[in-house]
Design a protein around this ligand. Structure first.
Ligand SMILES: N[C@@H](CCC(=O)N[C@@H](CS)C(=O)NCC(=O)O)C(=O)O
Length: 297
């Protein structure tokens, strides 16, 4: 039987991201109101809405209809630079970079597809102007905004959430805020532990995924880390999307076995359109991780 993963279904092609209307991003609040429910199923979207629920449903539907985005081809060493610092806000990404994916998801989930232009870069054939004129560290992601260029994915997701319109992806509740910071601080250790398990017996991965399972058990008001969908989910998703199929295929290690909260989180993440649009093909993730990590073992 096929296994459901964050990238789709192993062994099958990726489901079309635009083929069904599901949930977009479920925010803590918009500027005026908060959503009490975390998930609106397609069936619920058909019911005539009323009150606060109506506004939530309308926001979700508008998001569904507004963004049939055509993704531009990645720029190469042969490409001209965009007209830099002309007032356009640009997000420089690579389609395959998990760090860039965090920022891309945040942009989508805030409904900023028309405000933040995606500029994909081919990292294997990087244009020299990228380092010279855009972002001297020569990495993605980078955000060109208000005549400045900033980097670092975890800083950028917070920056976009605080400095742009759209639903808030960070909680107001002080307890949740503190837990959010703790989880965001942990994400680099999490990824390091999992990657180091690739050459061992998986013990580091057990500890890391057990931490995730227990974190997901803290709030019962939704399936996400803080109950409702937030930047914390965005920080983890691109990596879990890659780890899950790789560990399953190469180590026969199912990260969801005995971890029902993680299994539910993956299922709910896959319903979030702003994330779905950014997902890679699990087959490609596995092949790329094999090339990158197995040759070094
Ligand atoms: N700490 C950075 C990491 C960014 C990063 O390493 N990006 C990779 C692509 S996934 C990159 O640009 N690598 C190019 C290079 O290192 O030359 C972040 O969170 O944004």
């Amino acid at each position: 039987m096929a296994t459901s993963t964050l990238g789709g279904t192993i062994g099958f092609s990726q489901p079309s991201s635009s083929s069904h209307i599901s949930v977009y991003c479920i925010p803590f609040s918009t500027s005026r109101f908060s959503f009490s429910r975390t998930i609106l199923s397609p069936l619920e979207l058909e019911k005539p809405p009323s009150g606060r629920r109506a506004r939530a449903v309308i926001a979700v539907k508008m998001a569904a209809e507004a963004f049939q985005e055509v993704f531009p081809p990645a720029l190469t060493s042969a490409s001209e630079p965009p007209s830099l610092f002309d007032g356009t806000t640009r997000l420089y990404i690579s389609y395959t970079c998990p760090y860039a994916q965090r920022v891309w998801i945040t942009r989508n989930c805030k409904g900023l597809q028309n405000k933040i232009q995606l500029v994909p870069i081919n990292l294997q054939d990087r244009p020299s102007w990228y380092m010279e004129k855009v972002y001297p560290p020569n990495k993605v992601p980078a955000l060109e905004h208000n005549n400045e260029v900033k980097g670092e994915s975890l800083d950028l997701i917070k920056y976009i959430d605080s400095n742009f319109e759209g639903p808030s992806l960070f909680p107001d509740d002080p307890g949740k805020r503190e837990f959010a910071e703790e989880l965001i601080d942990y994400v680099n250790s999490f990824t390091k532990s999992v990657v180091s398990s690739f050459k061992g017996d998986g013990n580091e991965a057990d500890v890391a995924f057990d931490y995730i399972e227990s974190a997901l058990s803290k709030y019962g008001d939704g399936p996400f880390f803080l109950g409702q969908f937030s930047l914390v989910d965005i920080a983890y998703a691109p990596f879990i999307e890659r780890f899950q199929p790789f560990l399953l295929e190469v180590k026969t290690y199912d990260i969801t076995a005995g971890r029902p909260k993680l299994a539910a989180w993956i299922e709910e993440m896959n319903k979030i359109e702003g994330y779905r649009k950014t997902r890679g093909d699990p087959r490609e993730h596995v092949d790329s991780y094999k090339k990158r990590f197995l040759s070094r073992l």
